[in-house]
Ligand binder design. Structure first.
Ligand code: GDP
Length: 330
């Protein structure tokens, strides 16, 4: 049975990837931060499954700045595949905490690469990179050859990590890949990201639990994909004979206004009646129009991005409605 280690296993992508790998017969180890209130709700079902937890799924505590612990976990688990998904993942927050964003996102990746480099049996590494590395590109859609010109602290940290992965692949012959992912959403998306903030608000307003929704810039456009679909492609990347980087996006963009329409129309409301603009959500610098060209992933990995953005928004609203109705009746 192959063995995988996932950093960031409790996050949106980590939880979907964990389910995918378990369904493929893997033994899965997860690295989690030692905090007093580790959020594990996305993995609750697996933790409560006696056939799985502590049999095929194991958790290890370790922060990305704690090299000795991470080394010990890697030595102990000897994974065949290492999926590095952890890090401070919020672009807006990276303006508030740039130093720790770099500590975890940039240096955390370098530390992992350094440990792998010294291992006798090296795991294959998948690093989740981000469209933020492209910053303000001069062409759209972007592909693997687009120059990296980040404009946010998060983007700079991700660029460092992405380029280090390339250096370790070229200089030290590590099997290390970058999945340069565009925004990807799901009912498990963190509540501070704009899509989930919108779908939760549409659900809450339609149930009479909330009256307004405060947002920042509405004209930004994003290439929003389906998170579950993206973890599948991450796995495919590590099954290839050669390590490489791939842009993972849908090739289509929508504005925040369009996403608002998808979510609010689904509950029979007009978003213009509820949205207020709050300057605190407007970023000092923002990437305006990001669109990923997934041609290489389609060609080499035989991957086809699934679903459309309206369906994704509706699925997220339905999830939030159901959760809020349950909460209301309890
Ligand atoms: P990002 O692309 O990784 O930064 O994902 P987000 O979901 O955090 O933000 C997507 C876009 O929505 C960015 O251009 C934000 O500036 C914009 N946006 C507008 N209002 C909000 C808000 O209230 N919260 C967040 N997170 N983003 C907002």
């Amino acid at each position: 049975m192959p063995v995988a280690l996932i950093t960031g296993i409790t996050g949106q992508d980590g939880s979907y990837l964990c389910e995918l790998l378990l369904s493929k017969g893997y033994t899965v180890h997860g690295l989690v931060r030692r905090t007093s209130n580790t959020v594990r709700s996305r993995l609750d079902r697996l933790f409560n499954d006696k056939e799985i937890y502590d049999k095929r799924l194991f958790l290890h505590y370790g922060d990305l700045d704690d090299v000795t612990t991470i080394r010990r976990v890697l030595m102990k688990t000897q994974p065949d595949e290492l999926y590095h998904l952890a890090g401070q993942s919020h672009v807006g927050l990276s303006f508030e905490i740039p130093e720790s964003t770099c500590q975890f996102t940039a240096m955390g990746t370098l530390r992992l690469l350094e440990i792998i480099r010294d291992m006798e049996k090296r795991p294959r590494l998948l690093h989740i990179s981000s469209s933020e590395v492209f910053g303000r590109p001069d062409h759209s859609p972007q592909n693997e050859l687009t120059p990296m010109r980040p404009v946010t602290p998060y983007g700079v940290a991700k660029t460092f990590a992405t380029q280090m992965v390339q250096v370790y692949r070229d200089a030290f012959d590590c099997f290390a890949c970058n999945a340069i992912c565009y925004n990807h959403e799901s009912p498990r998306r963190g509540e501070s990201f704009v899509t989930r903030k919108i779908t939760r608000a549409a659900a809450a307003i339609s149930l009479g639990l909330q009256s307004t929704l405060s947002l920042g810039a509405l004209d930004a456009r994003r290439d929003w994909g389906d998170a579950q679909d993206y973890v599948e492609v991450m796995w495919r990347m590590l099954q290839q004979p050669v390590a490489d980087d791939y842009v993972i996006g849908t090739g289509q963009t929508h504005s925040i206004e369009e996403f608002l329409s998808f979510a609010f129309e689904h509950v029979g409301l007009n978003w213009r009646d509820y949205v207020v603009i709050d300057a605190k959500f407007i970023r000092p610098t923002d990437v305006a129009d990001m669109c990923g060209d997934p041609s290489k992933a389609k060609r080499v990995l035989e991957w086809q991005p699934k679903g459309d953005c309206r369906q994704l928004a509706e699925r997220m609203v339905d999830h939030d409605l159901a959760a809020m109705r349950t909460q209301k009746s309890n």
